[in-house]
Write a protein that binds this ligand. Sequence first.
Ligand SMILES: NC(=O)c1ccc[n+]([C@@H]2O[C@H](COP(=O)([O-])OP(=O)(O)OC[C@H]3O[C@@H](n4cnc5c(N)ncnc54)[C@H](O)[C@@H]3O)[C@@H](O)[C@H]2O)c1
Length: 276
Amino acid sequence: MSGSSGPVTYDFTSRVGFVTGAAGDIGRSVALKLASSGARVALADLETARGRLEESAGQCVGQNGSQNVEMVTFDVSTAGAVESAVEHVVDRLGVPNLVFNGAGYQGAFVATPHYPDQDVRKVLDINVLGTINVIQATARAMQAEGKGGAIVNSASMAGVAGAANMLAYSASKGAVISLTKVAAKDLAPLGIRVNSISPAFIGPGAMWSRQVDLQARAGSSYYSTDPDEVAEEMLGQVPLRRLGSVNEVASVVAWLLSDEASYVTGENVLVTGGIA
Ligand SMILES: NC(=O)c1ccc[n+]([C@@H]2O[C@H](COP(=O)([O-])OP(=O)(O)OC[C@H]3O[C@@H](n4cnc5c(N)ncnc54)[C@H](O)[C@@H]3O)[C@@H](O)[C@H]2O)c1
């Protein structure tokens, strides 16, 4: 690790990153951190997000050269597509051993009595099954290689405390925290550490804007109906009284993936500005 006079970087040369949701705000920041620390990096997202994915990949190429950056598009909830993408990455860059599950979907913002069934399924498919699919495919590749690695999953403060109007999302992120603990136990004998992060209010970015808008429209007793006021109400819950930046989340992810965290596994790290 180095960084006494600048941003902390790790020595990830000879490592291979695999980042889902890499067209998104946090995934992009994680991919860039891995690339700037010398890792070869595979960036994954939906085909419909290709434009932003190419931007993320372009930034990584700027750090580490085009021969060390690969883009793959698939839906995380389809196990076969994930498996094929991992095989492709093994072929092009080597076995992914720094894995970040950043793909995620918030779902609808509706109070529990009327929460839409189809969104429960969609959110669980992406956030829970998707995370499991990526853990399984990358863990099998790491097992075959026999050199271990590290995985970080995206949970959320919603999965710890439950967020009003976010029934499916909170349930899915609670599941991510518990499946992380199981995977950590099952994969420890293979030298693979598995942890999760639980951010709260991170921005600016797509999730923060969507959340403020949809909480305002949800008409609940917890938030006002004006998005600007909702933003203030949310930040009022944060002891540090500000949004967290995507970079502040990526820093925790990079640390968890690094050998500096070599005795940390099965842990859920809150990145919430002090919300407990
Ligand atoms: N931003 C926050 O405030 C916040 C807070 C807590 C947790 N999180 C979690 O952190 C992770 C990253 O969040 P973000 O802010 O970068 O969100 P984001 O919306 O910017 O990025 C999420 C990415 O996931 C991709 N994705 C969605 N469904 C997919 C699928 N089926 N297959 C493949 N990719 C898919 C999207 O295209 C998008 O690029 C998410 O899991 C999110 O739930 C974010």
